[in-house]
Ligand binder design. Structure first.
Ligand SMILES: [Zn+2]
Length: 228
């Protein structure tokens, strides 16, 4: 069958035993793998890069929605870890930082939602950015009446005490805030507790604009996490 064109996903050996219609065993490293599963994973990584929703990806690949959703979650977890690792290697190169409050487009124009905003601290290292979620400073204000004096005071405080250090007006962080707002629009709302995962996805896609680069990083992370 197509045995000849297949190589081992662990060691690239070309000599394989086919142990079932989908399972192969490597002649050299003796490991078994499902070629179909592996190819599906590659296709899901590609769909993730293309910003395809889990349901669209599932229907175009003929897979279960739950399978794709789980795969996307795993990729986002890998990206969170990836971002942390880079941050720890780069701490000495940070030069600029900025605080930003994210609100979905539908809530942005309405002052009523001001305290639903998610605070983010962004930092720049070389041409890349790194983000951190700020603790929710407004939790205790949400239950207050719209006209409450505390709300007005906090809003003013927020405007005056923005933490920022820019070396130039046009910088990666202001570009990233714009990118994040536009990019988040293709999701139909994201739960607050999942926001960090999407933020890290946006950070990754912003830092690596080239899709081929994204693909090679993601495949390497996936390989390392699940096939080594
Ligand atoms: Zn092998």
């Amino acid at each position: 069958m197509k045995k000849e064109t297949v190589s081992c996903i662990f060691c690239k050996e070309k000599r394989l035993y086919q142990v079932s219609p989908t399972q192969f065993k490597c002649f050299t490293c003796k490991k078994k793998f499902s070629l179909q599963k592996y190819q599906h994973e590659q296709a899901m990584i590609q769909a993730f890069i293309a910003n395809q929703s889990a349901s669209l990806c599932a229907s175009s690949l003929g897979l279960n929605y739950a399978t794709v959703k789980k795969m996307y979650q795993k990729i986002r977890l890998l990206l969170m870890e990836y971002s942390e690792n880079i941050y720890h290697q780069q701490t000495h190169t940070f030069s600029q930082y900025d605080e930003y409050y994210f609100l979905p487009t539908c809530k942005r124009k309405n002052p009523h939602y001001l305290f639903d905003a998610i605070g983010i601290l962004g930092m720049v290292y070389e041409t890349h950015i790194y983000t951190l979620l700020l603790p929710n400073q407004f939790a205790h204000l949400k239950h207050l009446e719209e006209e409450a004096i505390e709300k007005e005071m906090y809003a003013r405080f927020l405007m005056q005490h923005r933490v920022a250090h820019y070396e130039s007006f046009e910088n990666p962080l202001s570009n990233f805030w714009r990118y994040l707002e536009t990019w988040m629009e293709h999701f139909k709302g994201v739960k607050e507790e999942n926001f960090i995962a999407y933020l890290k996805e946006a950070e990754f896609k912003f830092n690596h604009k080239n899709e081929a680069e994204q693909r090679s990083i993601l495949e390497a992370l996936w390989q390392k996490a699940f096939y080594m």
